[in-house]
Write a protein that binds this ligand. Sequence first.
Ligand code: NAP
Length: 281
Amino acid sequence: MKAKIIDGKMAAEAIRNQVREKASSMKVKPGLAVIIVGNDPASKIYVRKKEQACREVGFHSVVVELPEDVSELKLLQQIDSLNQDRKIHGILVQLPLPGHIDERLVIDAILPTKDVDGFTPINMGNLVVGDNRLVPSTPRGIIKLIESTGIKISGKHAVVVGRSNIVGKPVSLLLQQHGATVTMCHSRSSPLESYTKQADILISAVGKPKLIKGDMVKKGAIVIDVGTTKVGSSIVGDVDFDSASDVASFITPVPGGVGPMTIACLLENTLQAAQSFGKNL
Ligand code: NAP
């Protein structure tokens, strides 16, 4: 039997509706500022999507566009000004940044209470100790997608392929918090299938098209494909959808799986930051 498709668009729509409703009853509109440096076309598309999503749920939205050669100091000053802006509750810096800018330094400059990407060391540290204040959006969305299957995470063996700060590490921590036994794989996990075949829940966040084939998946597994790689005019995931669908019980498509949830969870994080704004003063 073919795997059931986990519909990220539908799940994201439900979240956006909830966010819109909650935001409409707030005295001050939640505000999100996105900083983009340079002219990377993919980054520009992501930023436009975020801006549009904010508008659709009634948020105040600001996009700060800075030139490719902006100095690190200028960027830090911009963040400082948004940190102090009372209309802005969430700040994110679209990554990657040009090579002359220290990415960690820039992220560290965001006020942790406005860090709706959850990438600052304070929020990452909070996650490590199980204090989930602002959790990175993609991992937050992944957990919701797994929960939407109705299958309990607790007691399962989850295998996460990829160990980045934005997906692999935080999703592993969240899965552990939910009671899974977690194995983290990376470029030196060999042979990769010896790990992936043990997974009740398999998450791939690598960025290599069709890395995970059906014969690397355990029968009945839940497969979450985070990968998005542009191949020609299409976006392709890490998982070979057709062969994996023959083995898995549930699977996310690319596009239409994790991607829409990332933006929906970013809106949730911004709402959460706005709701706690008064308490943080
Ligand atoms: P990243 O920082 O480039 O990390 C990739 C990870 O994959 C690294 O840990 C790397 O291992 C590992 N890796 C590389 N080749 C491998 C192999 N052959 N076998 C096993 N592991 C391998 O990537 P990222 O930022 O986490 O993003 C991963 C993918 O998810 C990308 O396609 C990105 O576009 C996508 N993404 C999608 C969303 C969304 O909303 N849909 C959000 C974020 C990211 P090492 O650490 O050993 O180098």
